[in-house]
Design a protein around this ligand. Structure first.
Ligand SMILES: C[S@@+](CC[C@H](N)C(=O)[O-])C[C@H]1O[C@@H](n2cnc3c(N)ncnc32)[C@H](O)[C@@H]1O
Length: 280
C-alpha cells in the first residue's frame, strides 16, 4: 500500500475540517506510519478512510487516538530518574510548594514514577501534580493506575541497582520500599498503584498543539518525554514557547533521552546535563 504525499495533505485537511485537532506539523514519516497501520487494521483504502472520517464521528475519534504513540513504562530510562533526583529534586527542597506538569503523560507511569521519587525525597506533600494528554483513554488508565507487573520489573530492578551499584545490599543502602507505592498480584501480572498516589494528580485532556495551559498555574518542573520527538521544528518551537511562558523562574524542563531543545531557546533556557532551566 503506497501512501502518497497528496494523501497526507488530504488526510490533514479532513482532520482540520471535521475535528478540533491539528496534526499539520507532525513529522510526515511518523504520520505516514500511523495512517498505514490504521488502513491495515480496518482493511480499508485511503478513500474509504477519508469518507468515514467525514461521516462517522466515532471512527474519527478512533483515528485521532491511533495517530499517537502511547508507549510508556514505570521508571522508563532509569538513569534519567536518578539524575533528576540528584540534580533537580535536591534544588526543589528549597521551596515550600512545588508545581509539576507532565504534558503527554500517556497512561501515567511517568507521573507515578515522579510521585514515588518526590515521596522518597520528602517532597510529595508540598507538590501539586498536573498531567495532560491528547488521548482521553490513556488518561483513564492513568487514573486507574493498574499496569502489567512483569513489563515494569526490569526498570524497577535497574533503578534499584543504580542506587546500590555494588549490589551488596550494604547497610547504608536500604532496599527500595516498593510496597509503599504499589501492590502486586503476580498471578494476574498486575501492579496497582496505592490510593494516595492515584488520588493526587489532576488530569486533563489537552492538545499541546492547540490548547493554552489549561491548569492556570506556572510550574517548577515540566516533564515532557518522548512527545516532541514526533513534532517537526515549527511545532517543537511552539510547544517550547508554551512551556517557557508557563515556567517559574528557576524551573526545570526534562525531555526524553533522544530529544533536544530547539536552538532558538538556547539564550532563555540553560542546559545542565540535559535538563533545561529557566534563568531569565
Ligand atoms: C510515547 S508517549 C510518551 C509517554 C511518557 N511521556 C513517556 O515518555 O514514557 C507520547 C504521548 O504524547 C501524547 N501526545 C502526542 N501528541 C500530543 C499532543 N498534540 N498533545 C498532547 N499530547 C500528545 C500521546 O497521546 C502519547 O500519550
Amino acid at each position: 500500500m503506497n501512501i502518497k504525499h497528496q494523501d497526507i495533505i488530504r488526510f490533514r485537511k479532513t482532520l482540520q475540517q471535521f475535528s478540533p485537532y491539528d496534526f499539520d506539523e507532525y513529522k510526515i514519516k511518523s504520520l505516514k506510519r500511523r495512517i498505514f497501520k490504521i488502513l491495515l487494521t480496518y482493511g480499508i483504502t485511503m478513500e474509504e478512510m477519508l469518507g468515514r472520517m467525514q461521516n462517522d464521528p466515532v471512527f474519527l475519534e478512533e483515528v485521532i487516538l491511533r495517530l499517537t504513540v502511547t508507549t510508556t513504562e514505570l521508571f522508563r530510562d532509569p538513569p534519567e530518574w536518578k539524575r533528576l533526583g540528584e540534580l533537580v529534586l535536591m534544588e526543589l527542597k528549597q521551596k515550600d510548594s512545588i508545581t509539576v506538569w507532565h504534558p503527554g503523560c500517556s497512561t501515567g507511569q511517568e507521573v507515578y514514577t515522579l510521585m514515588i521519587l518526590l515521596e522518597e525525597a520528602g517532597l510529595l506533600d508540598r507538590a501539586d501534580i498536573y498531567a495532560s494528554d491528547i488521548n482521553s483513554r490513556a488518561l483513564d488508565v492513568a487514573r486507574e493506575g493498574r499496569y502489567p507487573y512483569l513489563q515494569n520489573v526490569p526498570n524497577l530492578n535497574h533503578f534499584e541497582r543504580l542506587l546500590d551499584p555494588s549490589g551488596t545490599g550494604s547497610e547504608t543502602v536500604r532496599p527500595f520500599p516498593w510496597k509503599d507505592y504499589f501492590s502486586v498480584n503476580r498471578n494476574r501480572d498486575s501492579l496497582k498503584m496505592k490510593k494516595h498516589l492515584r488520588d493526587k494528580p489532576v488530569y486533563k485532556k489537552m492538545d499541546l498543539v492547540q490548547d493554552p495551559n489549561l491548569f492556570f498555574v506556572n510550574f517548577d518542573l515540566i516533564i515532557c518525554r518522548n512527545v516532541i520527538l514526533y513534532f517537526n521544528d515549527t511545532l517543537q518551537k511552539k510547544v517550547f514557547d508554551l512551556f517557557y511562558r508557563n515556567m517559574n523562574h528557576g524551573a526545570c524542563l526534562m525531555l526524553g533521552r533522544r530529544e533536544l531543545m530547539p536552538d532558538s531557546f538556547s539564550g532563555r533556557l540553560i542546559e545542565k546535563d540535559r535538563f533545561y532551566f529557566k534563568t531569565s
